[in-house]
Design a binder for this molecule. Structure first.
Ligand code: WT7
Length: 651
């Protein structure tokens, strides 16, 4: 079928789980995984009901596991519980009471530890602060904070009283805050004076002030003092966190909430179009994140768990806050940049705190590779036992580097595929069970009916590309787009009849492993061949001179689309036409002549969203020689774009 995405890159390396690891793992063989998986997708409701009983603390048991009226799901209807109680109170009756819940380090180096008891106390107090300001069940609260314990406290305080939090990433501008306040109709903002990043202070409160110009809807702004930078206080509207906490009691019983009570809205950073307010609800979301945290990271009581994401992304919500805390884990939280004061900050933290589980993004890994091995090599990383990635396909070469240099050829890598919309990890190895191959997220999680299909919804044969879909509802799926039911249905449930469409292209290999080939919108059509961008990028990155690559199409009269590669080089490598030719040849050898880039352009940096995804849309516009016309507010570093367009020489 000419409509299918072709796939040519072959990766043959396989890494089986070690016996030592498998012996103590929650799931300890591929057969065990397969058996459990088979049962779980045969009857997902039974599987999730059993998990729900084991994993969560209920005030009242549910009546129906799943009520499905496409595209609307209700999980555990009739059940009552509270997410904050599940993350805190349940741990207070035994030894976990005095276990570290959060270990925090600020960028300048301050250290704080909060035990479960201490975290519970702070959350109760802050919940009472919210109540004092008349925040009630169902009200929306915007949280715009640096990476500090108070961000977590604010989230759990909302959950405690049934308020709906919407966290806005601290790197976003006033404009982004304003949009989110308007769309969510929030009444209160929680922020800080500032937060540290690469030695400087990000003026969070100033951004909030700007966002609130002419705004009458926000009644209160609660300001946590973090960076001691100068701020202005608007009388009657703005109050200090530490003052407010003096007036309240530490006693605040958790509200008994419906299983489907809204927990949060999170706006997806738009590499395309207007941000969407993804709505997640209480029981299903909590169950999905808690179960995946346990099995995917093979979590144990004594782990020190570190996810480097920001709290403003879904990864921060699911795998810093709700998943780990629901499991009673010890979570390390770091405020600042990986290269402050030097490029070894992450490795220093791992050594100092004895981190055992480390979860980061391919974009970060490629930066580490660029900076050089000397930085991790300075530190003892032997405490690590599981390492993970999320956010993009990881190029096999980057995977190998991560595996050997960071994981000491000892730690399984969990390459986790999921989305803001899915709430939880959907496709991932289960360490101890799944043989790994560099560059693939491997197999679906229990209860997840993932498939690669053609436009009619039929599964395509092995190694043929198609659309990545989920064929049955799962507990942590988004429930709607806030205020836009039409868009919810259109975006996710109308592309392929009866299935959730992820927007990603993928293929499965002969072992059923899922290889994500990129967003469907990015797929190229070269002389009638549909090629995923990620394979060509991986081929480029496998060349020793290349640090990072992004591939886009440029309109071409002859071929439909020509392949344009933007490439950044490793330190010490020099761009030039000769290297360009060698790279073109390299791709032709790895994949085939059809994928040979027509054009290789060297760049100092690639345009990325603030969560590290390459913005191919912008590169497409540049490659096509036209103006960059789309929205660029989610761009991380505007100078990168200027340099690509040749508009500035500044370095
Ligand atoms: C998109 C979702 C989920 C938290 C972070 C991003 C891409 C994510 C992988 C992976 C290949 C991946 C997909 C997906 N993606 N993880 N392991 N392998 N691609 O959340 O911003 O909602 O983005 O990120 O394209 O659809 P998000």
């Amino acid at each position: 079928m000419s409509n299918n995405i072709e796939s040519h890159l072959v990766e043959n390396r396989v890494f089986k789980p070690s016996k030592v690891f498998a012996k103590t793992a929650h799931i300890s063989s591929l057969e065990e995984y397969q058996e459990l998986y088979r049962k779980s997708v045969k009857s997902p409701e039974r599987f999730w009901a059993q998990q729900a009983a084991e994993t969560l603390v209920w005030r009242k048991k549910w009546k129906t596991v799943l009520a499905w009226n496409e595209p609307y799901a209700q999980w555990f209807a009739g059940g009552k519980l509270n997410a904050s109680e599940n993350c805190l109170d349940r741990h207070l009756t035994g030894a976990r009471r005095n276990k570290a819940a959060l270990i925090w380090e600020g960028e300048p180096g301050e250290k704080r530890t909060l035990t479960y008891q201490q975290l519970h106390r702070e959350v109760c107090k802050f919940a009472n602060v919210l109540k004092r300001h008349r925040i009630q069940k169902g009200d929306r609260v915007i949280i715009y904070m640096p990476m500090c314990p108070e961000a977590v406290i604010a989230m759990l305080a909302c959950a405690r009283i049934g308020a709906v939090h919407s966290v806005v990433f601290g790197g976003f501008s006033a404009e982004a805050i304003k949009d989110r306040i308007n769309d969510s109709q929030a009444r209160l903002v929680v922020t800080a004076d500032g937060g540290y990043r690469r030695g400087g202070v990000i003026p969070l409160k100033r951004n909030v002030d700007e966002a609130l110009k002419d705004n009458e809807q926000i009644e209160k702004v609660i300001v946590f003092r973090r960076a001691h930078n100068e701020i202005s206080i608007k009388e009657g509207r703005d109050v200090w966190w530490h003052r407010e906490m003096e007036y309240v009691k530490a006693d605040c019983p958790a509200e008994e909430l419906d299983a489907e009570h809204p927990l949060f809205i999170l706006y997806t950073s738009g590499s395309t179009g207007k941000p969407k307010g993804i709505l997640h609800t209480t029981a299903g979301y909590l169950l999905g994140t808690a179960a995946t945290t346990k099995y995917v990271f093979d979590l144990r009581e004594e782990d020190i768990y570190w996810c480097t994401a920001d709290i403003g992304w879904i990864t921060g919500h699911s795998y810093i806050v709700y998943g780990p805390l629901c499991n009673g884990a010890t979570v390390l939280m770091y405020e600042g940049a990986p290269n402050w004061p030097e490029q070894d900050r992450f490795w220093r933290l791992i050594e100092e705190y004895g981190v055992t589980i480390f979860y980061t993004a391919p974009t970060a890994i490629r930066a580490f590779i660029r900076w050089g091995d000397e930085f991790p090599n300075r530190h003892d990383l032997s405490s690590l036992r599981v390492i993970g990635t999320v956010g993009e396909p990881i190029n096999p070469e980057a995977w190998m580097w991560y595996y050997t240099v960071i994981g000491g050829s000892r730690c399984p890598i969990v390459d986790t595929w999921w989305q803001t919309e899915t709430g939880m990890i959907m496709i991932s190895p289960v360490p101890g069970a799944t043989p790994l191959k560099p560059g693939t997220a491997t197999l679906p999680f229990f209860g997840v009916d993932a498939a690669v299909v053609d436009d009619q919804g039929n599964e395509v044969p092995p190694n043929v590309g198609g659309k990545l879909v989920i064929r049955k509802p799962w507990p942590s799926m988004l429930r709607t787009i806030w205020g836009d039911k039409k868009r919810y249905r259109k975006q996710y449930w109308s592309e392929i009849k009866g299935m959730y469409f992820s927007g990603d292209g993928a293929r499965r290999d002969k072992d059923g492993y899922f290889w994500i080939v990129g967003r469907i919108d990015d797929v190229l059509n070269v002389a009638g061949h549909r090629l995923g961008t990620s394979e060509i990028e991986s081929a480029l990155v496998s060349h020793p001179a290349v640090a990072e690559a992004a591939v886009v199409g440029r309109p071409d009269e002859l071929k439909g689309q020509a392949v344009v590669a933007f490439v950044t080089l490793k330190q010490g490598e020099h761009p030039g036409p000769e290297l360009g030719d060698r790279l073109r040849q390299h791709v032709a050898q790895a994949i085939g002549a059809i994928a040979r880039p027509d054009d290789v352009r060297f760049a100092e940096g690639l345009p990325k969203t603030r969560s590290g995804k390459i913005m191919r849309r912008l590169l497409k516009e540049i490659a096509g020689g036209g103006q960059v016309i789309g929205d660029v507010t989610s761009l991380e570093d505007f100078n990168v774009l200027m340099r690509l367009r040749g508009e500035t020489k500044e370095g």
